[in-house]
Write a protein that binds this ligand. Structure first.
Ligand code: F3S
Length: 411
């Protein structure tokens, strides 16, 4: 691998042990994956923030690195932590969990990281430019950055993302290279895709078939009321649901939609030897994601973290009502703040719901708290049984709304 003079100096320890360790990790990964050189990164998203996943060993690892003087040198932010960092007590998180969790966030903050904990940084102004090299870690955020925004990132692990932030570089392999960004599978969609849960069901089905390939969608409607990748458009929520589902049921980190996503807007991005799959119905996706229980304990929205319009939609349902299940919508602190200013938080809380910041139901230590959880996130539905041991009902917005107001799942 070719390294610049500065990179060689980092590797020789001339910028201190923390930078030396960081560039060693980045170079080692580059060698494993056949990178020709390193590239500077525009921003970094660090995952592995929840103490539920990190445990004492992960906390010790961060403490050691911080003790060596680790500091990030590019804008860096965090994936969700294991609890709402401000309202953890009110939401029933134990002090024994909260103490080490707050310590993790403090250590990362002392490294110069923006301690905003979210899997949708693009909803709060972190919108990378077309072609920018990144080192992002959370699978749905990676998919969105690559696909909806045309930036370039592999799916980094917790330590490799932090290493990239500390040395400001990542190894140029995988999705940083043009040749790996071509579609491997043409996906022809022959059924309507409208509801938020439709995008998840479609993504779930396609991810299962494509695995770690690059789907290239044809037949998805474009236009004002449908899907576009215009920054901040409501269609962003559809793209995020689609990408999150494909990253959960497969390992898709990049997809294209012909005429919509930036790299496929102008020219076909397909490999000559691509395969083809057809989706004629979303029904198998809905069936695979949903269990059979009808009494619902929790309705969970905001996976990936909710945009302000998604919080507004819940507030409209909550107005003047009383929820008969627990209702959580998870989001970033920034969006929660905006929702508070708009009066949505007060409306949702008056109905008995919660707008929860910094965390999500999957990465929080909620095992055993809920038996049946209803969601319209295919990613959430895929993870909840194994992460929480909960049964899932997956369905449309109308079904979720009915569940909140009756406590039961209607067909
Ligand atoms: Fe985000 Fe948690 Fe879902 S990290 S994508 S809300 S599982």
């Amino acid at each position: 691998m070719k390294l610049t003079t500065e990179e060689q100096a980092m590797l020789a320890g001339e910028q201190g042990p923390a930078v030396e360790k960081a560039i060693e990790i980045v170079v080692a990964l580059g060698e494993i994956y056949g990178a020709d050189r390193l590239v500077p990164v525009e921003s970094v998203q660090v995952a592995g923030v929840s103490y539920k996943n990190l445990g004492p060993a992960g906390l010790g690892f961060l403490q050691d690195w911080a003790g060596q003087g680790a500091q990030v040198r590019v804008p860096t932010f965090l994936n969700p932590a294991g609890m709402d960092l401000l309202r953890w007590k009110e939401l029933g998180f134990a002090e024994e969990f909260a103490r080490p969790q707050l310590k993790v966030v403090d250590i990362l903050g002392a490294m110069g990281i923006d301690t905003t904990c979210t899997c949708t940084p693009y909803h709060i102004g972190q919108v990378p430019s077309l072609g920018a090299h990144l080192a992002w870690a959370e699978s749905s955020a990676v998919s969105f950055a690559n696909s909806a925004l045309g930036a370039r990132t592999n799916r980094e692990g917790g330590p490799s993302a932090l290493a990239a932030a500390i040395c400001g570089r990542t190894a140029r392999y995988g999705l940083h290279c043009d040749e790996n960004r071509l579609g491997t599978t043409r996906v022809i969609v022959n059924c309507p895709v409208k509801e938020p849960s439709d995008w998840g069901a479609l993504g779930f089905l396609v991810g299962q078939q494509v695995r770690d390939g690059v789907p290239y969608f044809r037949g998805l409607e474009t236009g004002e009321d449908s899907i576009s990748s215009t920054p901040g458009s409501p269609a962003w929520d559809s793209l995020k649901a689609l990408g999150a589902a494909m990253a959960a049921s497969g390992a898709v980190a990049l997809y294209h939609i012909e005429g919509v996503t930036p790299e496929a807007a102008l020219e076909p991005m397909l490999r000559p030897d691509h395969s083809t799959v057809k989706v004629d119905s979303l029904e198998p996706g809905y069936l695979a994601l949903s269990g059979g229980r009808t009494d619902i304990d929790l309705v969970w929205l905001g996976c990936p973290h909710a945009s302000l319009p998604e919080v507004a939609r819940l507030a409209a349902v909550a107005k003047g009502k009383r929820f008969l299940t627990d209702v959580w919508i998870t989001t970033s602190r920034h969006v929660r703040q905006q929702a508070e200013e708009a009066g949505y938080v007060a409306t949702i809380e008056a109905a008995g719901g919660q707008v929860v910041a910094d965390t999500c139901v999957v990465v929080a230590p909620l095992n055993g708290r809920y038996r049946t959880i209803a969601t319209l996130s295919a990613k959430g539905a895929s993870y909840l049984p194994s992460y929480l041991g909960a049964e899932v009902r997956y369905g449309t917005w109308d079904q979720l709304q009915a569940a909140m107001l009756t406590g039961r799942w209607g067909e």
